[in-house]
Design a protein around this ligand. Structure first.
Ligand code: RB5
Length: 167
C-alpha cells in the first residue's frame, strides 16, 4: 500500500523510475468506462513497441470511479510493479487530478504530441493522462509514442522537479 504522503526517500525513488533509463520497463494502464476502448488500443501499441504492460482495468462499459483507477496505477508505480503509467477517462481531467494526489506521481494531461513530449522533457511526468472523449485514437497513439520515447532533459528542470517533490 502506497501512502499519499509517505517519506520523501521512498517517493523520490519511485518518481525516478519514470525515467526508464534502463531497458524497457513496465507501463501500467488504467481507464474508467469513458476510456477503456482507447486503453485497449494503447496497451496493444505499447506492447507492439516492446514495452511490458500491466492492464489494471477497467475492461468494459460498466461505470467505475476514476479515483479508484488512478489509485491502482499510482500504487503499482509506488510499489515498483510499473515504472510509468497511462490513465484515461472521458476528459482526462478527473483521473489526472486523482493521480496528482499521490506524492510520487507527476501526472500530465496531454492533448497533442507537443505537450506529451514536453511533459517528459521538462516535467519528467511519470504518468500520462488522456481524454478519450476529447482526442481521437490516432492523436492518443501519437501522444503515447512521443511520451514513451522522450527522456527527461534534466538540467534546469531537475531543481524544479525536486521542488515539486518537496511541496
Ligand atoms: C465519466 O462519465 C467521466 O466523468 C469521466 O470519465 C471523466 O471525464 C472525469 O473527469
Amino acid at each position: 500500500m502506497v501512502r499519499r504522503r509517505a517519506g520523501h526517500a521512498i517517493c523520490a525513488a519511485a518518481a525516478r523510475q519514470g525515467n526508464l533509463r534502463v531497458g524497457m520497463a513496465t507501463i501500467a494502464f488504467g481507464a474508467d468506462h469513458g476510456g477503456f476502448e482507447l486503453k485497449a488500443l494503447l496497451v496493444a501499441a505499447a506492447e507492439k513497441q516492446g514495452h511490458p504492460t500491466l492492464d489494471l482495468g477497467t475492461h468494459g462499459p460498466a461505470p467505475v470511479d476514476y479515483p479508484d483507477i488512478a489509485q491502482a496505477v499510482c500504487t503499482a508505480i509506488g510499489e515498483g510493479r510499473a515504472a510509468r503509467g497511462v490513465l484515461i477517462c472521458g476528459t482526462g481531467i478527473g483521473i489526472s487530478i486523482a493521480a496528482n494526489r499521490f506524492r510520487h506521481i507527476r501526472c500530465a494531461l496531454a492533448h497533442d504530441v507537443t505537450t506529451a513530449r514536453l511533459t517528459r522533457l521538462h516535467n519528467d511526468a511519470n504518468v500520462l493522462a488522456l481524454g478519450a472523449r476529447v482526442i481521437g485514437p490516432q492523436v492518443a497513439l501519437d501522444c503515447l509514442e512521443a511520451w514513451l520515447a522522450t527522456p527527461f532533459e534534466g538540467g534546469r528542470h531537475a531543481g524544479r522537479i525536486a521542488k515539486l517533490t518537496d511541496l
